[in-house]
Every structure is written in C-alpha cells, then in structure tokens.
Design a protein around this ligand. Structure first.
Ligand SMILES: Nc1ncnc2c1ncn2[C@@H]1O[C@H](COP(=O)(O)OP(=O)(O)OP(=O)(O)O)[C@@H](O)[C@H]1O
Length: 636
C-alpha cells in the first residue's frame, strides 16, 4: 500500500484530485464576485491600475468567466449622445435617459454586489479610463471616470481624485457634488438623473466647460459668475422657474433649459449663446432674446407662444422650432421674414397650420427655407408659391392671355368688316411702356396730337376713379368693377391687368375703332400688358420710357400726392425690373427713352416716330435714343 502511494503516477493522480476539489469548492462559494478576483496596484495617490485575476487564468477558464465581467467592461465604453426632445442633438447634449436601458444590467449587478450607496475604491477602479499625463505633466494618471448607474448617494471619496478631467456620475442618487471642488482640472461634469436640489454648490474648477445637471430637482439658479469657462450648460428636466446668474458666463454657447417651469425668458444678456432650448416650459411671449446676436438654433416647442414678435433681430438664427404652440396668424411670419439665414422652421401643431394656403404662403414669405414642419421643401413648391403670390410679368401675361382668348372663343362669332390690307397683316400699334406716372400717357397724347394723320389714342378701361383733370373716354373709360367683369367675361378685352388694386383693360374695340379709320392705335401699358399683347397676334412697336434718375422719379411720385408709400416703392422698384428686361432680352423693346426731362424725352420720341413713319432718315434719330433693334411692327 505504502509503495502504491509513493508511486509517481499515483502522486500525479492525487494532485489532480486535489486541484479539482479546490476549484469546485471555489466555484460554489456564495459570495463569489468580480471584485474578489481582482487585486490592485496603486500607482499614484488615489489612482489605481487594475490587475485582473482573469489575466492569469487559462483560456478555457477565461471563457467561463467572461459572462460575468463583460457588462461592467462594456458600460465603461458607452458614450452618451443625442439631445432632448425637439432639440437638434450636438454631441455636447448627453441623454440621461440612456441610463434607463441599463436598469436590467443594474439589477444583475445588484444581485452580485450588495451595495450601501457609498462609493468604494473597487468601483472607482472599474470606471477609470483614458490613461495619460496629469495636468502638470509629471505623472501618468487616469483622466476619465464613469460612475453612472451605480446607485451611489455618497461620492465624497472622490475628493482625492484630483487629476480627473471628465467625471460622469449620472443616474445615481447623489445629493452633494462638493467633491468636484477638489478637481481643479475637471472640464466635463455629467451628473444628470440624480437627486441634486442645489445648483453648482462646489468651488468651480477653473476650466469646467461642460456641465450636465439635467433630470434633477433643481429649482433655483444661483450666480455662476465664477464659471467663466462654461460653454455648455444642460439643466433640462428640473423645476427651474427663473433664468438667473448666467450674465457673466461669457463663454456660454449651448444652453438647454427644456422641461422646466419657466414663464419668462430673461437673464441671458449679451451672452454668445448659439443653441438654446427652452422647450416644454410655460412661455407665452418671446422676449429677452434680442441681444443674443450669435443665436443659431432656438427650440421653443411646447410652450404657449402666440406671436413671433421678438425674433426679428436674430440675424444668425438658422433653425427655429416652434412646434406645439398657439400661433394662429400667417401674418406672424413677418417677424422672421428678414432673418437671412433661417432655413429650418417647425410650426407643427400650431393653429396657423389649419389656415387655407398656409404652406404656400409661408414658403412665399420665407423663400430661403429648406425644411418646413419637418418636411423638405421641393423647388416646384417654391415656384408655385412665387407664381401664386408674386407672379412675374410673363406669368401674369400668359394667364391673362389664356383667359382673354378663352373668353373670346366662347362668344358667338361675328364677321367684321376688316380694315386690314390683308388677313396676314396685324393692326398697326404703338405702345409706350414704363413704370407708373413716368409720363407715358402725356407723351402718347402729345404724339397723337402732332401726328394725327397717323395715330389715334386708344384709351383703356379702368375701375379706378378719375384723378383731377382726367377726361372720360379721352384718358380712360372709367367703369365699375361689375361692368369691367362683365366686359371681361364677354370677351371684349384683348388684355387685362390688375395694378395697385384696380383693373385695367385694353378693349378689342379701342384698337379696332382706330384701325377702322385707317390709323395706328397708340396706347400705354405696363410690361404685363405688353407681354400679353405680344402673346396675341398683334405685333406692336414698343418703346420703353424709363426714369433713369430714381430719386427724381420718386420725388415726382410723392409730390403728385396720389400714391401711398408702398405704391411709390413698387413703382420705383419696377424701374430696375424694366432695366433688367431691357438688358436680359435685347430687342424686346424697339427703343428706350430716358424720361427724366419730359420735354427732352418728347423730342427724342417724335424723332423716333418720324423715323418709323419714314419721314426722316434713320441716322437723325439714332443719336438721341437708345435703339435696341429694328422693330417688326408696321404703322401703315
Ligand atoms: N390695359 C392696361 N394694361 C396694362 N397696364 C395698363 C393698362 N392701362 C393702364 N396701364 C398702366 O397702369 C399704370 C397705372 O395707371 P395710371 O393711370 O394710374 O398711371 P398714369 O399715371 O397714367 O401713368 P403714366 O403717366 O406713366 O401713363 C400705368 O403705368 C399705366 O400705363
């Protein structure tokens, strides 16, 4: 027996049984935990390098062990991201709600570690990361510490972790953050989802730039003038009623105060804030933002705002979220109409959305928008908006021509005595065009008087009242709107136009009655009328009369005392429009005459007309007028 026991093979067997029984006993021990399998080597005061027991275990053993240690390791690597509801999410807005997804893991951890809420060294060692040089450069230390989701209520032990740059203690039960005052190099503090009721009750680390205290019980903001380096402040989901203490935070760029109880916007002064969320508060009026000249993104969703007044000075504003407010009138858009960079607007869940033509009106008033109510805007929609609310002359003319042709076609057909030499030759016509009251009518009358063997004035119909001194049938046929409508529907107009709230129309009869006398009809029209006429079978000679001196022209309109300020502005702005058409479409006008001096203009006009009539050689008139190309209209 003794020999058998001393036999080498038996010794090996004996040793194997011993190891196996020790291992089995160890696996079945109830208090088994990760931390018990770990030893630590202290490098510098308060900072430790982990030396996991797992590192010396065999590969197979590691496999078995891994399901226990993995959750803790993965948690350290998770990076918070995404912003609060309705707020675009730059990465500086952590989302503390992510903590909720960890609750099952937390439960697991709880099963394993019976924990009393006080932070222990072992837990710290799990959360440390980013090994690097200390601020003074003399030591190798861990710079980041993540202690989120640990049920911590006491973190006083962190007072000795002086080298930390980033600290994340979100999703715990912490009420006191005074340990942060012992971390002079801290730049980022994340303490959302805790039980903090006080605000920055620690001596400020000099370079603290990002602070997230969202989802706490903070109700009062105290003076933050010591936090000069602060760039990002997240205080959403607290119980704050008044914005105070920020005036001296001169580096503040991102502020999130969503989901609080704020009634009035105040306390921002001249701060260089770029993104501001005040979503889900009790705000009724937009005020107190006037001096935030750097503001680029503003979230005011889920408040009780009725007017956009107060936003008009925010020249750098690009994104504006007003979802779920009480804006009723489209006219409110006027307050943001001149913001040159605004390109994303959200008015979802506002009564204004119910208004007829809401979509096109907003697109028309804000042509720079690329996104409205979370929908991308198509080019076709922008064109439709412009064509609806401010159609260019060619669109007006095309529509007018279509309507008048249609009204003409549906009339009973009559056969007229033709005054034309043959059916291919259109009636001869001379049209003077240009902006309102530039003297077109007066020059047309003078010309018809001087060249009465060739021309007769063709008066238009209008629904406006006669000005002092205007003669019926000589200047216009003054008719009621009803009469004008009746004439339109019975196909009597060659063209119609609405200008300054009044209707104008050139009747077929006005042109044909002149033609029946063997004369050319001379009339004056705005550009829309000219285009409409050119769309028809008429081939009028067209002379542009343009006041080159806009100041003089504006003064003249003002002195006439007939026009309102907006009417004058429209008339003056059309000078540029005429000039542009002349430059962009050479040949559209047969000639252009400067009408700054009316007598001079008439001299040029009569020379030009003489030339057209073949009464003088072309060379004589060419110096005095700007001729674009030989016209196609014929007078005789
Ligand atoms: N049928 C028409 N179609 C298009 N434009 C018209 C028509 N009749 C008149 N107009 C233009 O409408 C504008 C407003 O007319 P209004 O009579 O108020 O001007 P005005 O003072 O006579 O201008 P001007 O002295 O330059 O002729 C003028 O520019 C005029 O030429």
């Amino acid at each position: 027996m003794r020999r058998i026991l001393h036999f080498p093979g038996c010794f090996a067997l004996w040793f194997y049984l011993l190891v196996t029984s020790v291992y089995t006993t160890w696996r079945l021990t109830p208090g088994y935990s990760v931390s018990q399998q770990r030893s630590e080597v202290t490098l510098y005061r308060g900072l430790r390098v982990r030396n996991m027991a797992v590192a010396v275990l065999s590969p197979g053993f590691q496999e078995e062990f891994s399901h226990i240690r993995r959750p803790a390791m993965e948690k350290q690597q998770r990076v918070p991201s995404a912003g609060s509801r309705g707020t675009p999410s730059p990465d500086y807005y952590g989302d503390p709600r992510e903590c909720d997804s960890d609750s099952s893991e937390q439960e697991e951890d709880k099963m394993e570690v019976q924990f009393d809420g006080e932070l222990k060294e072992e837990m710290i060692s799990e959360g440390l990361s980013m090994f690097g040089r200390s601020a003074l450069g003399s030591e190798q230390v861990y710079l980041h510490l993540n202690l989120s989701n640990r049920k911590l209520d006491n973190i006083k032990i962190l007072c000795s972790y002086i080298h930390l740059h980033k600290l994340d203690v979100s999703c715990n039960e912490i009420t006191d953050l005074s340990c942060v005052g012992h971390m002079p190099y801290l730049t980022e503090l994340r303490a959302s989802k805790n039980k903090l009721s006080t605000f920055f009750d620690f001596i400020p680390p000099k370079n603290l730039t990002v602070v997230d205290l969202s989802y706490n019980n903070i109700s009062i903001m105290t003076d933050l003038s010591a936090h000069r380096a602060l760039t990002t402040l997240i205080l959403s989901n607290n119980n704050i009623q008044e914005i105070t203490g920020l005036e001296k935070c001169t580096s503040l760029k991102h502020v999130d105060l969503a989901h609080n109880n704020i009634h009035t916007i105040s306390g921002f002064g001249h701060l260089p804030i770029r993104t501001l969320s005040l979503a889900s508060n009790q705000i009724k009026n937009i005020s107190g933002l006037e001096k935030l000249k750097s503001l680029q993104m503003l979230d005011l969703s889920s408040n009780q705002i009725t007017s956009l007044e107060g936003l008009e000075g925010l020249e750098f504003l690009q994104i504006l979220d007003l979802q779920d407010n009480e804006i009723c009138q489209i006219s409110e858009i006027a307050f943001i109409e001149d913001l040159p960079l605004l390109h994303i607007l959200n008015l979802l869940k506002n009564p204004v959305q119910e208004q007829a033509e809401y979509w096109l009106s907003v697109l028309f008033m804000l042509p720079r928008l690329t996104e409205l109510d979370q929908k991308k805007i198509r080019v076709e929609e922008k064109v439709a908006a412009v064509n609806k609310y401010d159609p260019p002359p060619e669109v007006i003319a095309a529509r007018d021509h279509m309507a008048n042709v249609m009204y003409g076609i549906i009339q009973p057909q009559k056969i007229f005595d033709s005054t034309l030499p043959n059916l291919d030759t259109p009636y001869p016509m001379l049209v003077l065009t240009g902006p309102q009251s530039c003297g077109k009518r007066e020059l047309a009358h003078r010309m018809c008087r001087e060249f009465k063997e060739f021309f007769r004035y063709g008066p238009c119909h209008t629904t406006r009242n006669p000005y002092f001194g205007e003669e019926k049938r000589f200047d216009y046929h003054f008719v009621s709107p009803e009469m004008f409508e009746e004439m339109t529907c019975s196909g009597q107009f060659l063209l119609t136009m609405k200008y300054s709230g009044h209707y104008y129309g050139l009747s077929r009869e006005a042109v044909e009655s002149v033609a029946r006398e063997g004369l050319a009809c001379c009339t004056h029209l705005e550009i829309e009328g000219v285009r409409s006429l050119k769309n028809s079978y008429f081939e009028p000679r067209c002379i542009l009369l343009l006041p080159m001196n806009k100041e003089k022209y504006e003064g003249w309109l003002r002195r006439k005392g007939l026009f309102t300020r907006p009417e004058i502005d429209v008339a003056v702005s059309r000078v540029d429009m005429y000039m542009k058409i002349h430059q962009d479409h050479p040949g559209f006008f047969d000639s252009v005459i400067n009408v700054d001096e009316l007598d001079e203009a008439y001299s040029k006009l009569r020379l030009l007309v003489k030339e057209y009539l073949g009464l003088i050689e072309p060379a004589l008139s060419s110096e005095s007028t700007s001729r674009t190309k030989s016209g196609t209209g014929k007078f005789v």
